[in-house]
Design a protein around this ligand. Structure first.
Ligand SMILES: [Zn+2]
Length: 286
């Protein structure tokens, strides 16, 4: 059983938008597209009878309460994506702890269920921010899905394990870590499990990576964003690289997602963890 996840945020809340000049204090002035994109996501999942984990930004919980209620009512798992979508390198440990508590409270109030999972904005648990694992463990989160085991200009720990493992933070905190799907080629890990990679790469390559996960007895973690199913979203000022990453093949997301869901069995992180074994431990140094 593989894991399907969505990072629930607006198109103007990404790191690329922030770097293009969109400020958190101006978020309320942008056109909201999330309710319509979530409708689309929920319809696709209902069509294929799939449940997923939704890592919801606290800002969304505060400003689009009905959207979160609708996701929860459809039987999906609600987890936290922080409050302000700032990368963890921009936060102190205390600020991060406050974001965890605030977002969890908002999400639990709406869903009526405990929130035990977290994904950092822009996969921003790296070597420099490994302290966040200790904070998550102290706050009694059960799992994290923020460490991408690849080399990338924004994020990644290239030698981190590729499959579910017990992560030990620099201060000894322990949490289950769920890395997004990668493929192994030419001695390096390549990202294939979601976002722009899923829109850009040949589907044969992604399917092969999932089949390899199956042969290894491991669930694959796939991630997407609701704005990736909204090709008509407004174009924001961004660098050329960011615009490519954000916008490439947006119209292909839906058919590709439907194709994946029809070929493999996906569910929530909670459901996958109930079946998965977690034999390896990895210590993340400060
Ligand atoms: Zn995000």
């Amino acid at each position: 059983m593989h894991m399907l996840s969505f990072d629930v945020e607006e198109y103007f809340q990404t790191q690329a938008a922030a770097e293009g000049g969109v400020r958190v204090e101006d978020w309320a002035t942008y056109e909201r597209r999330l309710p319509a994109s979530i409708e689309k996501v929920l319809a696709i999942l209902a069509d294929q009878d799939v449940t997923a984990t939704f890592f919801v930004l606290g800002w969304v919980a505060r400003h689009e309460r009905a959207v979160v209620a609708q996701i929860a009512a459809a039987g999906h798992e609600i987890a936290s994506h922080g409050m302000t979508h700032r990368m963890l390198g921009e936060l102190t440990a205390d600020e991060f702890r406050a974001e965890l508590r605030d977002s969890r409270k908002l999400l639990e109030d709406i869903s009526g269920k405990p929130v035990v999972g977290f994904r950092a904005p822009t996969f921003s648990i790296t070597r420099r921010t490994a302290w966040a694992l200790d904070v998550l463990a102290e706050e009694l989160f059960r799992y994290d899905s923020s460490i991408f085991p690849i080399r990338h200009d924004r994020y990644g720990i290239p030698d981190a394990p590729r499959w579910i493992h017990r992560a030990i933070g620099p201060a000894g905190g322990e949490i289950v870590e769920i890395p997004p799907l990668t493929a192994r080629a030419f001695g390096v890990n390549l990202p294939v499990g979601g976002g722009g990679y899923l829109r850009l790469l040949p589907t044969s390559l992604i399917r092969r990576a999932i089949r390899r996960a199956e042969r290894a007895g491991q669930p694959a973690m796939i991630y997407l964003h609701p704005w990736e199913l909204d090709p008509d979203q407004p174009v924001l000022p961004m660098t050329r690289t960011s615009r490519f990453r954000h916008r490439v093949n947006l119209s292909r997301t839906e058919p590709r997602l439907r194709d994946l869901l029809s070929r493999h069995h996906f569910s929530t992180v909670a459901a996958a963890l109930a079946h998965a074994t977690c034999p390896t431990t990895h210590e993340y140094a400060a």
